[in-house]
Write a protein that binds this ligand. Structure first.
Ligand code: NCD
Length: 306
């Protein structure tokens, strides 16, 4: 009774048409939310298994499930308090948890770990972030935020700024955005540049990609200013991280150079890369993204649970 096609493990499962359909379903979910929720998933259980810290991803999947009338079982310290501590494999954990729950969302520091648990699971598994590799639901809500704003993802100049090497969010965003006619400006220190494979895939599929280390020079070109955190936990040492901490900061000065119609995104948490002094700038969308994340995750849960 394997159910592989129902898992959401990677952005590679989406194409242009399925993305637009999902965004339309999320809009419908916003109407459900405005009415206080419904009973679509009454009697169904979500298990959230988190092996890495999370505020938004876990709470928003759980909120999405509760708003659709379902229930939640949750462990946010799986690494230290689950049987994985006793050397249970992720494959077996998938076999076991899928006898309790109807759907599983999981986050883990290792690339491919969520797929490994899904191999054992007989219910749909959703990737809530696997190491530096992928974070599909975050990228989906980011694209949804742009789509709502601009009514289209074509013709948009997408800026991505920060730790593009280790950030799973920019990786997943690129994989989804390649289905649209947009161009890219990547701003990162050389050592934290976007992986070559991603840049090549974008170029091969006809997208213009410009790379620079100079944020001040590039910000004026961007329709979307996609800020990201330097991913401290992926560095080998504190000293190595310290070289890049605070490398790009978006404050009032930088916003003065940004387009009037630009929008600022950030998956959050922010460290120091967006100054709170700009939070009230009408171009900033990072807290609105959090709300959009609930609607997108309601649409995802509704989809995988039929
Ligand atoms: C992101 C993540 O976990 O990759 N956070 C999130 O899910 N909103 C971004 C980050 O941690 O920098």
């Amino acid at each position: 009774m394997q159910n592989y096609e129902k898992h959401i493990l990677t952005t590679r499962q989406f194409d242009r048409a399925s993305l637009i359909l999902l965004f339309e379903e999320a809009l419908e979910m916003e109407r459900v939310l405005a009415g206080g929720g419904n009973d679509l998933l009454k009697g169904r259980i979500l298990a959230s298994l988190f092996f890495e810290p999370s505020t938004r991803t876990r709470f928003s999947f759980e909120t999405a499930m509760l708003r659709l009338g379902g229930s939640v079982i949750s462990n946010y310290s799986m690494a230290t308090t689950s049987s994985v501590q006793k050397k249970e494999t992720l494959f077996d954990t998938g076999k076991v948890v899928s006898r309790f729950a109807d759907v599983i969302v999981m986050r883990h520091p290792e690339v491919g770990s969520v797929a490994e648990l899904a191999r054992g699971s007989r219910v749909p598994v959703i990737n809530g972030g696997d190491g530096p590799a992928e974070h599909p639901s975050q990228a989906l809500l980011d694209l949804y935020t742009i789509w709502k704003e601009r009514k289209s993802l074509d013709g948009v100049v997408i800026g991505m700024v920060g730790d593009l090497k280790n950030g799973r969010v920019p990786h997943s965003q690129c994989d989804l955005l390649k289905h649209f006619d947009c161009s890219f400006v990547f701003v990162a220190p050389e050592a934290l540049a976007m992986p070559r494979g991603i840049v090549e895939e974008l170029r091969e599929s006809g997208h213009e990609v410009r790379e620079t280390e100079d944020f001040g020079e590039a910000i004026g070109e961007m329709d979307v200013i996609g800020m990201t955190r330097v991913q401290e936990e992926r560095f080998e040492s504190k000293e190595e991280y310290a070289k890049y901490a605070g490398v790009y900061v978006l404050g009032k000065g930088e916003m003065g150079r940004a387009r009037t119609g630009a929008i600022v995104l950030h998956p959050l948490p922010r460290v120091d890369e967006i100054s709170p002094e700009i939070d009230e700038d009408p171009r900033c969308r990072y807290f609105e993204q959090v709300s959009n994340g609930v609607a997108i995750r309601m649409a995802l849960l509704a989809r995988v649970l039929g």
